[in-house]
Write a protein that binds this ligand. Structure first.
Ligand code: ZN
Ligand code: ZN
Length: 416
């Protein structure tokens, strides 16, 4: 009985332990072998999701702290190694031994997004400008959907000095202006007459702060502009010109909360070599809304006599079969509608469920190419057919020898 009680207590304790300290990899929703980029990306997303500004409540606040703890432990090589080997207990011991504690989760947040660790919803908090970026997307990716990446030159808070601008990360109050950023300067207008003018402090540039040694990475600017990779998910059937919003992902600065990054998806010109295995004389898929267009080339014989098949490779590689039976004529410029072979139809209402049956149409335009010169066999064949046709239609066969004969009607004209 006692044993059973002890076992139960132990079990309860274990469960509590598990609840208190969830696995850092699970917290960030990443795999054990995730790289730094994946860790950062997970932190960016989750810290915004659970930020108390967005989701007030104890639960989200706790999550927010957990996410920042997990990030800090895993982004540092040393602590990650300790965590992988000894788990939470190992990290605790290291902290007790003076191995560095946790940062304020809001500080960490502001290092990513600028400002004071908040979203800029607080009154008086400045917001940086929104930024627009255009990203070229191949038609195939609009069709199939794809998670891809793009790069842009983003202003980031300098990691070396943590946005202080100082090599030693120590920022003092400017002695010249006493931290006010402005100085009162007396101008002598005439002997005994002075004018007091308020001027921006030339020592600190109006910031009221002084640093002894400028950070060598940012030159004291506190920010650096560097190519930044952003992950982008193109959903099936998204419109050409669709806009994806990344909240607080525009230029960051310690002085303001980052604005939003707007990414416009623009359809790339087709790369005929790579995007189009069927490419013949500049044929490729063109998109208009939910429909696709394709130009198919037929020879004169095919257009006239029929009896042909084309296996058209679609954007995702599946085959659309076009064919005519013998004797089925295709007129030059004729348009054939292949129902349901257009673009997948994207639901703007945020419907995640993609309905497979919902596609636009594919329109095939037939272009008939006449041969430069008839092969002699073909010429005979056509000639025989032509003679037959003329016979049937009552055209005089005998006098057909090059130049057309004048008709009675023409004679009349000449006489007049
Ligand atoms: Zn100053
Ligand atoms: Zn710096």
């Amino acid at each position: 009985m006692l044993l059973r009680m002890v076992a139960l207590v132990l079990l309860v304790m274990l469960v509590q332990l598990v609840i208190c300290q969830e696995d850092f990899y699970k917290v960030l929703g990443i795999k054990k072998n995730a790289n730094d980029k994946e860790i950062k990306s997970a932190y960016r997303q989750l810290s915004k999701k659970y930020h108390p500004d967005k989701n007030p409540g104890e639960d989200t606040q706790k999550k927010f702290v957990e996410v920042s703890e997990a990030y800090e432990a895993l982004i540092n090589k040393e602590t990650r190694q300790i965590y992988d080997q000894y788990g939470h207990e190992g990290l605790k011991q290291r902290q007790q031994g003076g191995g560095g504690g946790h940062h304020d989760p809001f500080d960490l947040f502001s290092r990513f997004f600028g400002g004071g660790g908040h979203f800029g919803n607080q009154p008086g908090q400045r917001r940086g400008p929104n930024i627009e970026v255009k990203v070229g997307i191949a038609l195939r990716d609009f069709y199939e959907g794809r998670t891809t990446e793009f790069q842009w030159d983003k202003q980031q808070i300098c990691e070396d000095c943590e946005g202080t601008g100082a090599a030693d990360r120590v920022v003092d109050t400017c002695h010249s202006c006493g931290g006010h950023g402005v100085k009162i300067v007396k101008h002598q207008l005439a002997p005994g007459m002075y004018q007091q003018v308020q001027m921006q402090c030339d020592q600190c540039g109006g910031r009221g702060k002084a640093i002894k040694h400028k950070c060598p990475v940012c030159g004291g600017q506190r920010v650096v502009r560097k190519p930044t990779t952003v992950s982008l998910t193109v959903e099936k059937g998204m419109a050409n010109g669709a806009r994806v919003v990344y909240e607080n992902e525009a230029d960051a600065s310690p002085d303001y909360v980052a604005g939003d990054l707007f990414v416009t998806l623009v359809e790339k010109e087709p790369d005929l070599e790579h995007d189009n295995p069927d490419h013949v004389d500049g044929t490729f898929f063109r998109r208009k809304g939910n429909d696709l267009f394709w130009r198919e080339i037929l020879s004169l014989r095919e257009a006239w006599m029929g009896d042909w098949t084309r296996n058209l490779t679609h954007l995702d590689g599946h085959v659309v079969r076009l064919s005519r039976k013998r004797g089925e004529v295709v007129q030059a410029g004729q348009i054939e509608t292949v129902v349901g072979e257009g673009m997948p139809i994207w639901h703007e209402d945020g419907d995640d469920v993609y309905h497979k049956t919902e596609h636009g149409n594919l329109f095939i335009e037939y272009v008939v190419v006449l041969p430069d010169q008839m092969e002699s066999g073909m010429e005979k064949e056509f000639w025989a057919l032509f003679q037959k046709w003329r016979g049937k239609n009552g055209v005089n066969l005998q006098k057909d020898s090059g130049r057309p004969e004048k008709t009675a009607h023409d004679h009349k004209h000449e006489e007049l």
